[in-house]
Design a binder for this molecule. Structure first.
Ligand code: SF4
Length: 209
């Protein structure tokens, strides 16, 4: 199986497993989505979803969060890890959105990555989920699974994104991201993946090493 055929096989199989795959973070608007994605770095979506109702109720708008006291935000988001950096980042990001974009989350990659705390992965998630653009956000799951499945062979996330874009039709990019995230989160975990029932054993580099 060449890489393109393998990628489509993985796509089709995972779509059967996770019909309607989508972002598991809870949010009500684009700004809340950006905050939630920033908080989700090295944290589970489940944990972020436990934190954000309180955060969003105290700071319901970009202006409110832009004017927040950093220590108050730290207390609310404490349990999601790296809370000091994340508190600073979400407040700075809110200020950027208010001061440079009139309180509206920008809808293009360059402006998104110009926001404090927003990197390539976060920008791609926001473009995909909020603006329905065709993108592939390479997070830890997408990166690990793409390499394990032999779709890419790289230790660089940008190369991983570029290679995946070459082997998959554009209209499948965003869904492929969600599918790999879900399979990585629930089955093909970093440690002790559930290989026995996996349909990708035949070509999985991790399984066959
Ligand atoms: S065989 Fe195991 S390591 Fe390979 S993709 Fe399947 S679950 Fe992941």
């Amino acid at each position: 199986m060449d890489k393109k055929t393998r990628a489509l096989f993985v796509y089709d199989e995972l779509l059967k497993l996770f019909e309607g795959a989508s972002c598991e973070l809870d949010f009500n608007d684009n700004f809340q989505l950006v905050v939630a994605v920033i908080l989700s770095a090295r944290c589970t979506d489940k944990r972020v979803n436990m934190i954000t109702p309180n955060l969003f109720s105290k700071y319901p708008t970009p202006v409110a969060l832009a004017n927040a006291n950093v220590e108050d935000v730290e207390k609310i988001i404490f349990s999601c890890g790296f809370y000091k950096n994340k508190a600073k980042n979400v407040i700075s990001m809110a200020r950027d959105v208010v001061e440079r974009f009139g309180g509206v989350v920008p809808n293009n990659f360059d402006d998104l990555v110009s926001l404090s705390g927003v990197g390539r992965k976060t920008a791609n998630v926001v473009l995909s989920v909020a603006f329905h653009n065709d993108t592939i956000a390479v997070d830890t799951h997408v990166f690990r699974l793409s390499n394990r499945l032999g779709l890419v062979d790289t230790n660089n996330v940008v190369v991983c994104e570029e290679e995946l874009k070459k082997i998959l039709p554009k209209d499948k990019w965003s869904t492929f991201h969600h599918l790999l995230v879900l399979y990585g989160r629930y089955f093909c975990k970093s440690i002790a993946p559930q290989c026995s029932e996996c349909k990708f054993k035949e070509f999985c580099k991790y399984y066959n090493k």
